[in-house]
Design a protein around this ligand. Sequence first.
Ligand SMILES: O=C(O)CCC(=O)C(=O)O
Ligand SMILES: [Fe+2]
Length: 341
Amino acid sequence: MEALRVQVLAEKGETSVPSQYIQPPENRPQRQNPNPNANANVKGVIPVIDLSSRTNNLLDELKKACKEWGAFQVINHRVPIGLLDDMRRVGRTFFEERSMEEKLRYSCDSASPASEGYGSRMLVASNDTVLDWRDYFDHHTLPLSRRDPSNWLESPADYRKVVAEYSEHMKALAQELLGLVSESLGLTCQCIENVVGEFYQNITISYYPPCPQPELTLGLQSHSDMGAITLLIQDDVGGLEVFNNGEWVTVNPTSNAICVILADQTEIITNGEYRSAEHRAVTNAGRARLSVATFHDPAKTRQISPAFHPPKYRPVIYGDYVSSWYTKGPEGKRNLDALLI
Ligand SMILES: O=C(O)CCC(=O)C(=O)O
Ligand SMILES: [Fe+2]
């Protein structure tokens, strides 16, 4: 069980998924509307923000996106597109070009949550949670004191260099975005970053093998991210969905865009002015999908509290928040709601 990876199941060529992967009916993805245009009229489209437009409009657009969605895509973000492609390329070689024996040498410690390496289960705790149709490789990238590139792949030859460069660019973009988010609320540019403190950054490559029963499964169950801000890139397959206005809306895969997902600590710091985005990944029967999520979190010892008065959330030590998330599971947003005053 420990070593079980979704990719192994997928490669067996079964026509049905094991029962642990079957979602209860209320969580199953809706069947796609056969007419995509009909969908577009009803559903919103996740906002796309051009970061090169340094006008007042930018802050207005950002404010609207954060308020209505808690997620948006950015373009013209100054992260080299070649680096996004490189990150996808080196990540894909791990899943598609290494033998299972080789891959398992990088297994994460399944007994401790969020440990670095190759894994499949987001949660350690209970036996009765439905499993995600996903494998992943997690890298601890920042602060440098927790970075040990010897835990990362050695090949392709540029793997570690790409991850290190990608980490740096994502950190800079996360800082820029938290600055803009702060300003859009009339706070000083540094405000949110000052509450978060030094970034604890993880880069997680997720790999969703084709699934024989996509209508019964989820690649990743509905959740909001725990930390401050997540920056995500995906390939051209698509599968990331954001919950908005009672509906699950697909984030269009755009190879040069970066998807920004506000996470729970940003909701607390903004005193609920901006909500963290509930999102999930759906599977498909045809093609494997790859995404790379870069999480920016506070230190476990950091106390997070709202930057506005009167506060609507109780202060929380980030490490306590994480423990409760791993114990209770991410379903809905009950960890965050528990802090509401
Ligand atoms: O693969 C995706 O698109 C979603 C990944 C994600 O939400 C996560 O790792 O927290
Ligand atoms: Fe997420």
